[in-house]
Write a protein that binds this ligand. Sequence first.
Ligand code: ACO
Length: 435
Amino acid sequence: MTKDTVTIRNNATDKETEFSLLRGSVGTPAVDIGSLNKELGVFTFDPGFMSTASCKSAITYIDGEKGILLYRGYPIEQLAKNSSFVEVAYLLMNGELPSEVELLSFTDEINQHSMIHESLRIFFNGFHYDAHPMAMMVGVMGSLSAFYHSELDMSDPEHRRISAMRMVAKMPTIAAASHRHSVGWPFVYPRQDLEYCENFMNMMFSLPGQKYIDKNNYIDPIAVKALNLLFILHADHEQNASTSTVRLASSTGANPYACVAAGISALWGPAHGGANEAVLSMLAEIGTVDRIPKFIAKAKDKNDPFRLMGFGHRVYKNFDPRATITRETCYEVLEKFPSDDPLFELAIALEEYALKDDYFIEKKLYPNVDFYSGIIYKALKIPEDMFTVMFVIARTAGWVSHWLEMMSEPGQRIGRPRQIYTGYKNRDYSSIDNR
Ligand code: ACO
């Protein structure tokens, strides 16, 4: 018996087998149980993937106990301080930080692909005026594949690269178009001369005949910096629910646009990317500091479905390093864009209250990245129903990086979990006598 194995014994059959441990460059090893059913005649049962690694990946590393998040080995704090979102997208997709020349050419290519086909633009007219922007995101993203038939040979690395670039480049355009359709404003075309986040803000807010810096200073450098930072923090988070959805859909050989549309759908839920929108609804519901104890009690009540939105994380158990950064940015942004809305003060008070409460201490529930991101977006005048869409723009860099990584690996298998069947055993159709 070597140290690098785990022995599993099936007491029902008295058979035991050694399974190898797989070790990454850092982090918890995993038992390779691919042959468990063949060897011992049993499956594993792990709903919610509490202890299951679904793949090998060299993109992002998280240490939940220590609050460490690395993209391609670089700490998130360093990237947040020194990088732009486009540079981080390059890093995630290519594995290395770009040289100056590489970044220029990558940025140029992103700019070139930022337009959407006019027929796709017209698609938006098919949505009802009050459609949720996330509903439009799912539909329009999936339909992109209808425009690129000639470059969908997934065995061709260049086709894969171009598809990934297109998704990163077009996402802000599609996102802004979803917003403008929902408020009945004319579509604004992407501009090649603007930086990625500036371009998005311009497509969101500029009015006909106006230059992108409007009278409300939407494209203030602090706003652009904050947006870059939030996009960097949200760009990837290893095998989260939406990325795993993209990987599972991709394992069937489906085209990447359809797979990313599946990822957008998974991100929409309030337990995942919908949390930033849900935090603001929750803060609005709480309303004033004196009502915090009542809502904390609701969150602790097992018979009440209410949870503190923006609190808790499957992986982070001491703090979410992204939340520390968004909290600091909140101060900076609110100083520049002050608001009469006491949301931030309420959020700080709620955080303080919860962090002293035994229930939250015992269950290791801390603010996650989305506890403060919604407040920043609100200060930047991003409408609440666009918060999850903002997350989509950022996470697209992660989704396509995982997709590129997965598609370049030989010997891919379709993702196909097993189940424990709890329904009827074999029944006889002719035995039904009450019809
Ligand atoms: N408020 C109150 N209680 C909570 C919360 C919360 N926000 N989060 C977890 N708990 C409790 C659960 O009731 C459970 O209690 P129990 O052990 O007595 O049954 C325990 O803490 C563990 O919770 P799980 O749901 O089992 O933890 P899991 O890892 O499955 O879920 C999740 C993590 C989904 C993030 C959860 O904490 C949650 O719902 N948080 C609120 C939504 C949210 O902020 N989502 C954003 C996640 S970050 C992101 O996607 C960018």
